[in-house]
Structure formats: C-alpha cells, structure tokens
Design a protein around this ligand. Sequence first.
Ligand code: DAK
Length: 257
Amino acid sequence: MELKNIIFNKSNKIATITLNRPKYLNALCEQLIKELNYVLDLLSKDDAIHVVIIKGSNKVFAAGADIYEMKDLKLISHIKKDFIKPWESISNFKKPIIASVAGYALGGGCEIAMMCDIIIAANNAQFGQPEINLGTIPAAGGTQRLVKAVGKSKAMELVLSGDMISAEDALNYGLVSKVVPLEDLEVQTANLAKNIANKSLPILILAKEAISRSFESTLSEGMINERRLFQSTFELEDRKEGMTAFLEKRSPKFKNC
Ligand code: DAK
C-alpha cells in the first residue's frame, strides 16, 4: 500500500509511525486509518519489532477525526459501515505502543493516544475531547478510556465543556506518564522505547495483556488472568534465562522464545 498520510520506519526493534497530514493538522481521515491498520498488521507479524511509537509533528499529534469526511454522514451510513472497527487495530495490537505527543491531541487524536499503552507528552501538548462543540460526542473511547484514566469528574468536565488541558494537567490527572520539554521528546521517547525493546518480546506481550485486561474485567478476574499469564511465562526459555542471568550476576540474553 502506498503510504500518503503516515511515515513509517523501523530500527533496532522499534518501529515509528509518524502521522503526517500537516495541511489538516493530522486529521484522521479514512485513508490515514487504513494506512495505520496496514502498517500495524505488518508490525504484528514482524518478530524483529518489539515496540511501536506513534507520533505526530511538533505542532500536532492529531486534531481529531476528519470533520470534512464526517460532515455529511447520516445515521444510515454508520449503521451500514462500522466506522469504529478500523480504529480498533490500535487497541487490539499485542505489542507495546508508545504515543509520543506534542501539540494538539484532540477528539480522535486524544482517543488514539489513549489506545496506546504509554503516553509521553511534550510540554506544549494539549489534550481534549471537543466533539461537544461540533454537536456530537466522542466515539472511539473518549467517554470510556478517559474516565478510567482521569476519573469521572474530570472526564465529565472535559467531554461536556470541550475544553483542552495542558500537558502538566494531563500528568497530574494521570492521563500521561511523563511530560518532557518539546526539544527532548524524541530522545526521551526513544530511550523508553529502547529500554522496553530490549526485553523479551513474548514476556512484553504477556505483561501488556495482563494490564490491558484489568481495564475490562473485575479485580478478581484480573487477578486470575494475571496468575495464569504469570504461570505461562514458566514455559518460556526467556523466563529461565532472566532468572539464571540474575543469579549469575550478568545481563540476560533473551531469545524471544
Ligand atoms: N478535521 C479536518 N480538518 C481539520 C481538523 C479536523 N479535525 N482540524 C483542523 N483541520 C484543518 C482546518 O480546517 C484547517 O484547514 P484549512 O482551513 O486551512 O483548509 C487546517 O486544518 C488548520 O486548522 P486551523 O486553521 O483551525 O488551525 P489552528 O492552529 O487555528 O487551530 C485547532 C488548531 C486544532 C485548535 C483547530 O484546528 C481545531 O479546533 N480543530 C478541530 C478539533 C476538533 O474539533 N477535533 C475533534 C474532531 S471530531 C469515530 C472515531 C473517532 C471520532 C469519530 C468517530 N468512529 C470510529 C466512528 C472522532 C471525532 C473527532 O475527533
């Protein structure tokens, strides 16, 4: 597939997807989402890749779904075509994804960041769910994941007012894991990605699955799932290697099996 709206590169176990539709502030048009799906599908099959970074430009992560494309839609088009489905490839992706956010992350842009596993924000980042100002409501998890991230009261405030919050506020509310100066964003994101990429891929996938399931289950179900996934690590050579390396006071050499 020819990539017109994203840039994609791979290096040392890390793939970086750059949203690249600058004229429309990376508005998430159907074609962009198709390209994202295509690349994520390739990456899911690529054993050499352990971590994915999704980023935008220094000015904008993504200003939401494409309003031009949505303007004339009717209920019947939503019923006939499941628009949400293609967006789910991000939340269904098994390997860790880091959202590296500078500038605006609004509407679907904020939702895509929340579908990722870790959000690192530059100090110029602004997050919001402004759909209310367009006469609609969030549709890709903005009323769901946001509540889990920041709690009901703050999620209500953001969704009902459409106001944006700064990176610092997003950090205080627990939406992002850290805020760094804009000029350090790339390096700090790369450092975290490198650290994660050096772990065993199957163990990363199991760890991610255990945490992701906690969002969709009760504590007791989550605990049972965690225990099963923990037990399953004992079938992996990398679990043995990790513990052996510790006791031999050396770095582990994971073989990803
Ligand atoms: N869609 C299309 N074009 C957009 C856009 C968007 N979301 N955001 C900006 N642009 C375009 C502008 O129209 C403008 O184009 P021209 O006029 O130059 O042709 C260009 O990008 C530059 O924008 P501005 O001139 O407005 O730039 P400023 O720096 O002045 O303002 C801004 C930046 C980000 C504050 C502003 O552009 C803005 O408020 N943008 C809209 C933000 C917004 O409302 N976002 C939420 C969109 S609704 C779904 C999944 C997800 C969704 C829905 C369904 N399913 C799977 C079913 C999500 C919905 C949304 O995200």
